[in-house]
Unconditional design. Structure first.
Lengths: 397, 375
């Protein structure tokens, strides 16, 4: 032991944001603290209301540097996007923060989106970075109701990257584009020195035309009585990637669900006009999307744990690692919010498509309590499902 | 899924809940402490409190490994990690624990080499692969994880690995429970004993709680039915006026513990005279350090460790939460200044911390939720 003798502590220096957070907190609570004490249940409600207000406050990036959490698709990502990018680029087309922007060009409606792919490992059971880069961007267009037409492809390659691997990746992109019915019509190539990138990164942008003329889609249109549907088993992609990294010494017979969903979505939209919102459950998983619904529409989403389709292998790996499949990424799974009266029709349309055979109604939308996703656990209890914080951290005991 | 669904059966839960309710004496309040953070996590994750009568309150205890690490130790670890040629390894739970200058994640973003490992043995692999680096494992946890650290040191010693050391922060559960029992601000009726700690130390060390303090103890497993059954066993003891140590988790916990694991700990480590616990202060003989025979693996001797004690932010009430005196939401900064994405206190960091569990899973008005779940 070195110098650890004095039990009386000096207030140490600390990261600036702590002081700032505490100061802000005091300003917001000074009024509340001066009120007379009330009974515990009311006090708990007051605290909950206070937290609710804190959560609706303007987001602010408190960290001095980017951490891995900023890319995990959860709260930190949302804070980064809203506080930095939206703040700088703010315009009515960007503001909805949907999967793609909807533009009016010379009288026709088109959708534009972009996405970058940095998956590691580059090759994994069920796919590789190439088909992922096509399918992901196609899906971002399809969930906004657009018919995907054209893609761009930008490659950032690391010096020393095997050309054979690049050939395999590009061949997969070609096949995926053919299946999705899109063409890669422009592109870019950059090479960086060894050690400045991890093999191969791909960016794709996608352009689609809005042919769907039903009621406009968006998570804010969800209302009490709506049903929530997922198009298949959740978490397959994320767990596949985690296991493919080989750090966990766990093996399971599970493959990525990467797929272009535009065909299935077209079938769904043709079958019913009751669709309110469609989302592609990627980073942050199904839980993140349900939270977006609850927040945007100011409703509650109530989900039955029993009804969520999860593959045994995915569930087993998640139990072992202490993660929740609800937060694990998919790359070919749709979350649909549908008018309750049209739910069976929508489910049938999804199930008729090969990608949606295991589609299931997992929950419904209610008015109360607004802004919250509630899970009825298989055990028979209830809990909330919050936005993901940071990467799923494995528990240690 | 086998070995999981059996322990989450809603019908059995309803039956147990009815038995628990039947044991409640009218007008009496029951406060039971689940010592282990793993239990806290299970309770919230499965919504177990929905099954309990209003007169039974679960109080969350100090058994969350990262929650009890004081800020000064995090600073020390980051200082170690910033030394030349050092790779620090740590469990994932530790990455977001705030020190006075930020967390491991912040230090990592600023350029120090801190890596997450799933087992301390992974650190040995990193040490072998990087012979020109010095690998320091940030060892934390109760008796559950101490044996794996001890085994890792024994393995490193057997291999003659010279670039590996341990920054030892292992703590022991019994002194913490005793500190809580001696704390004047809390009245508890019984303890849900920590299951995984007990696989190592067995059930005998808890006997003083029953005999000297007259409180029943039931060592419990980590599935929701395990916990519900343990609550039933505690309520049964209370209704019959008994106080003994019982083992609900017999499928895993041997009464005498794991002698091989205890031997490994004893070979490599010894008790420190005292150790600072976050929120609980200095507790004597409550933590482990490396024995002099294994000084070659003791990062505290190999490196200069500043060892500066850092006071918690004044508004942070982790200590009261860890002792079970305050419910998470009763802390002044809960959910406003202190949230899982920007935690001020450690209880908000780990998924096993009471505040994080409440914020992520239980942040709702129970009465309103009951209405919704009936609908």
């Amino acid at each position: 032991m070195t110098g650890r003798t004095a039990p009386d502590a000096a207030p140490g220096p600390r990261a600036g944001w702590v002081d700032e957070a505490l100061r802000e907190h005091e300003e917001h609570t000074r009024a509340a603290m001066s009120r007379p004490k009330t009974a515990a249940p009311e006090r708990e409600q007051q605290v909950l209301d206070r937290i609710d207000r804190a959560r609706r406050r303007r987001p602010k990036v408190r960290e001095e540097r980017i951490t891995m959490s900023h890319g995990a698709g959860g709260k930190a990502t949302r804070t980064l996007v809203e506080a930095i990018f939206l703040d700088a680029f703010r315009n009515p087309l960007l503001e909805p923060l949907e999967d793609s922007a909807q533009l009016h060009l010379n009288g026709s409606r088109v959708a534009l989106t972009t996405d970058s792919y940095v998956v590691s490992p580059l090759f994994f059971p069920g796919g590789n970075i190439g088909d992922l880069a096509v399918n992901g961007t196609v899906n971002d267009l399809a969930v906004s109701g657009a018919t995907p037409l054209y893609l761009s492809a930008g490659f950032i390659l690391e010096e020393g990257f095997p050309v054979a691997d690049l050939n395999r990746i590009v061949a997969s992109m070609k096949d995926a584009a053919a299946v999705a019915g899109v063409q890669v019509v422009t592109g870019d190539t950059k090479v960086v020195q060894k050690g400045k990138a991890d093999g191969c990164y791909i960016n794709t942008a996608g352009l689609g035309v809005m042919e769907y003329d039903g009621p406009s889609l968006g998570v804010a249109t969800a209302r009490p009585g709506d049903a929530v549907i997922v198009s298949g088993t959740i978490g397959d992609h994320g767990v596949t990637i985690m296991l493919a990294r080989g750090e966990l010494d766990i093996e399971a017979d599970v493959v990525s669900d990467t797929a272009a969903m535009n065909g299935m979505i077209a079938d769904l939209l043709a079958a019913t006009t009751g669709v309110r919102a469609l989302r592609d459950a990627t980073r942050g998983g199904v839980a993140t999307i349900l939270n977006e619904v609850a927040t945007a529409a100011d409703v509650s989403v109530v989900v039955d744990e029993d009804k969520i389709p999860v593959r045994m292998e995915v569930r087993g790996a998640s139990e072992l690692l202490g993660i929740d499949p609800m937060y694990v990424a998919c790359e070919g799974r749709l979350v649909a919010v549908v008018d309750g009266a049209e739910a069976d029709k929508a489910l049938a349309a999804l199930r008729a498509h090969p990608l949606g055979e295991q589609a299931a109604i997992i929950g419904h939308v209610t008015a109360e309590p607004p802004g919250i996703v509630l899970l009825k656990t298989a055990f028979g209890g209830t809990r909330i499902v919050d936005l993901l914080v940071g990467d799923p951290l494995p528990r240690i005991c | 899924m086998r070995f999981v669904d059996e322990f989450r059966d809603a019908d059995k839960a309803h039956a147990l809940a009815a038995k628990i309710a039947a044991l409640c004496e009218p007008g009496r309040q029951y406060k039971l402490m689940e010592v282990c953070g793993g239990h806290t996590h299970t309770i919230y994750k499965h919504g177990l409190e929905d099954y309990l009568p209003e007169s039974v309150t679960l109080v969350h205890g100090p058994g969350c490994p990262v929650c009890v690490i004081p800020m000064g130790r995090v600073d020390d670890a980051i200082h170690l990690a910033s030394e030349p040629d050092v790779i620090m390894t740590s469990f994932g739970d530790m990455m977001r624990v705030p020190g006075s200058q930020g967390s491991f994640f912040d230090a990592k973003a600023a350029g120090t080499d801190i890596r997450m490992v799933y087992s301390p043995l992974d650190s040995l692999k990193i040490a072998r692969q990087n012979p020109d680096k010095r690998v320091v494992f940030m060892a934390i946890g109760f008796e559950t994880t101490t044996p794996s650290t001890a085994m890792t040191v024994l393995r490193a010693a057997a291999e003659g690995l010279e670039n590996f050391s341990i920054f030892c922060n292992h703590v022991t559960i019994i002194p913490a429970i005793k500190a809580i029992l001696d704390s004047p601000d809390l009245r508890l009726d019984g303890f849900i004993g920590p299951g995984h700690v007990s696989t190592v130390i067995g059930c005998r060390p808890y006997e003083f709680i029953a005999s000297q303090y007259g409180k029943p103890v039931v060592v419990a497993g980590f599935e929701p039915l395990d916990i519900l059954q343990s609550i039933y066993m505690l309520m049964l003891q209370l209704s019959e006026g008994r106080s003994i140590v019982e083992n609900q988790y017999t499928r895993v916990v041997p009464w005498d513990g794991n002698l091989a694991a205890l031997k490994a700990i004893n070979e490599v480590m010894e008790l420190r005279p005292y150790f600072e616990w976050r929120g609980l202060g200095f507790i004597s003989h409550s933590a482990m350090r490396m024995r002099p025979e294994y000084a070659a693996f003791d990062a505290e001797l190999l490196f200069q460790v500043p060892g500066v004690r850092v006071a918690d932010p004044k508004a942070c009430q982790c200590g009261e939460v860890l002792k079970g005196v305050l419910k998470p939401w009763e802390c002044k900064v809960f959910g406003t200044a202190c949230t899982p994405e920007t935690p001020i206190g450690t209880c908000m960091v780990s998924p096993e911390g009471a505040c994080a569990a409440y914020y992520n899973y239980g942040r709702m008005n129970r009465h309103r939720v009951v209405e919704v779940s009936i609908s």
